[in-house]
Design a protein around this ligand. Structure first.
Ligand code: 6MZ
Ligand code: ZN
Length: 346
């Protein structure tokens, strides 16, 4: 049987690359704008309309506007709670959300209350019967300074303890056209020293020198996007070979790349190359709200574009369990859940 919407929804899934604020749904956006007394009639400025392309600049303008709506702890609680419910409804059984700690003087929200609020929403969801495990990655924004990055790592260490291990890692994200990833190497090393995992946006746009430096000096646990990893430096495929040799999993965000035009068309997406050589890849949404997608939709696009069967999609989803930032007990639990569900859906 061929792959259809129903199959992709029923497939149990792992989501490892989802930015909290970029994952806001239209209905949460409506509620939050109502709470602030803003008239919500501006969807195209906050989220891409389906199948409409733009640029990375457009996406970053949208994040800025979404941040204006989530500028207080009530809103941060609501968005976290709703995003977890959205993913649970889409049959995501294990979710690693990532977010950049943010302070907002207008509402007296501090980075501390921001992180505590996100953790509280995660904790409250865990006491519901949602059948989803949620972990948190704190993000370093490449537009910020090394000091800010070190502060983020410190918060991750402190709140990993306080949250009983809900925080699992550190991300590097933010506008890839700004800042330099290598500046944050001391923060990445500090995170590793404390046993935190690293999921870094690398090569979302061509940046071979910083990509190779970061890869060699810290060897991240996963790479976000990796769109331009196949570039040569001095005629040698150093970067690609390094990623292959070290088997660093790639977080694949197809709709995000096509919409921001960092990849020209689904047919040309680098997923095909890496998948065909058997490299670890996991299908992700990036920002399901801003890019008007869902993880089920991303699986469907992969199947449609690259002619993957139900069995192949199931494998793709099952193998993603290997790349999560949680312990072997959690992996075993998820693997047995997948096996139980397999006979019902494949
Ligand atoms: C499109 N590709 C992308 N490339 C790089 N960084 C991205 C991104 N998509 C999202 N973010 C990062 O996530 C933030 C929003 O979520 P949080 O406020 O952290 O929850 C953005 O401001 C940006 O720093
Ligand atoms: Zn991302």
């Amino acid at each position: 049987m061929s792959v259809n919407d129903e199959f992709c929804r029923a497939l149990p899934k792992v989501e490892l690359h989802a930015h909290l604020n970029g994952s806001i749904s239209e209905s949460t956006m409506k509620t939050l704008t109502d709470m602030k007394g803003i008239k919500y009639d501006n969807k195209p400025q906050l989220m891409f309309e389906k199948d409409r392309n733009g640029t990375l600049e457009d996406a970053f303008r949208m994040f800025k506007m979404i941040h204006e709506v989530t500028d207080n702890t009530d809103a941060v609680y609501k968005i976290t709670f709703d995003v977890i419910h959205d993913f649970a409804k889409d049959n995501v059984k294990y979710l690693e959300l990532r977010t950049t700690p943010r302070s907002e003087p207008s509402s007296s929200m501090t980075k501390t209350t921001y992180v505590e609020t996100v953790l509280k929403a995660i904790n409250d969801c865990a006491s519901e019967d949602l059948d989803i495990i949620v972990r948190l990655i704190l993000a370093i924004d490449r537009r910020h300074t090394l000091d800010v990055a070190l502060e983020t790592v410190q918060m991750a260490v402190k709140y990993r303890e306080k949250s009983n291990g809900v925080i699992v890692g550190i991300d590097l994200s933010g506008d890839p056209k700004k800042g330099t990833a290598t500046d944050f190497i001391p923060a990445f090393k500090e995170a590793q020293k404390h046993g935190l995992k690293l999921a870094l946006h690398l090569a979302e746009i061509p940046a071979p020198n910083e990509t190779l430096d970061v890869l060699k000096q810290v060897k991240p646990d996963r790479i976000g996007h990796g769109t331009c990893l196949q570039q040569d430096i001095g005629g040698n495929k150093h970067i690609e070979q390094f990623v292959i040799d070290k088997k660093i999993p790639l977080e694949i965000c197809m709709t995000s790349n096509i919409t921001t035009m960092t990849v020209e068309g689904f047919d040309n997406h680098h997923f095909k190359y890496w998948y065909d050589i058997g490299h670890p890849c996991t299908i992700c949404t990036d920002d399901k709200g801003v890019f008007t997608t869902s993880i089920s939709e991303e699986y469907k696009i992969a199947a449609r574009t690259f002619e993957l069967s139900r069995e192949e999609l199931w494998e793709l989803s099952y193998n993603s369990i290997n790349y999560i930032f949680s312990n072997n007990d959690t992996k075993t639990l998820l693997q047995s859940k997948w096996k139980d569900l397999k006979t019902k859906i494949v």
